[in-house]
Ligand binder design. Structure first.
Ligand code: FES
Ligand code: FES
Length: 224
């Protein structure tokens, strides 16, 4: 319906018909009728229950005044950060674009692949689906914060197990797999390979390294 209304906003020029002058002068012409219904229809489509341009402008002004940004303080890998971000910023974008922590990967950006997995207060979350402004006071751990010795020091046992088991090919899913594996181990869902597979099923590996990923998690859980 709106398409029709929009298209009729600029009617094509029409040649004057022979009998157009025969219309009574008080009756609305076809052009007047279309212009009137277009204006009313446009206001309804754009503004819901608005009844005219003034009401529409008032609503637009009110929306423009809404504060788009919020201040949030959170701890990431042991460091406290206070940032002002657009309310729509995901935790993943906060990490990658604002805090210079690109280890968490953006795969689907829709909660379907697990490449963006981080720990928030010890729980696994898809950071692409988590709004940063909701994490005031939270503790976030990313792949960059797992190694006890930092980037140049000793690796986390599961990072080492991924290397030992050769549990990756392209490596794009690997940060999410490792963080998710750490969460899986902390949760105690490592009683068997099947249980690990079940509790790691939110992490997709397009290279198909699942057998070795499960083996790395299994061995780390057993302290090997
Ligand atoms: Fe977050 Fe895929 S990028 S689940
Ligand atoms: Fe390539 Fe998992 S190693 S997607």
């Amino acid at each position: 319906m709106s398409t029709e209304v929009t298209e009729s906003a600029v009617p094509p020029p029409t040649a004057p018909s022979a009998d157009s002058s025969a219309e009574p002068s008080s009756a609305p012409s076809r052009r007047t009728f279309i212009a009137t219904t277009t204006a009313v229809g446009g206001a309804v489509v754009a503004g819901g229950l608005t009844t005219g341009p003034a009401a529409l402008a008032a609503e637009t002004g009110a929306a423009a005044k809404a504060p788009p940004n919020s201040r949030v303080s959170l701890t990431v890998n042991g460091r406290r950060h206070t940032v002002t971000v657009d309310n729509r910023t995901s935790l993943l974008d906060l990490l990658r674009e604002h805090l210079d922590l690109p280890g968490s990967k953006k795969g689907c950006n829709a909660g379907a692949c697990g490449a963006c997995t981080v720990l928030v207060d010890g729980h696994r979350v898809n950071s692409c689906l988590t709004l940063a402004v909701r994490l005031d006071g939270a503790e976030v751990t990313t792949i960059e914060g797992l190694a006890p010795g930092g980037a140049d020091g000793e690796l986390h046992p599961l990072q080492q197990a991924f290397i030992d088991e050769d549990a990756f090919q392209c490596g794009y899913c690997t940060p999410g797999q490792i963080v998710s594996g750490v969460g899986c181990i902390q949760e105690g869902h490592t009683g068997s390979a099947d249980e690990i597979r079940e509790w790691m099923s939110g992490n997709i590996c397009r290279c198909g390294c699942y057998v070795k990923i499960v083996r790395a998690v299994e061995q780390t859980a057993r302290g090997k």
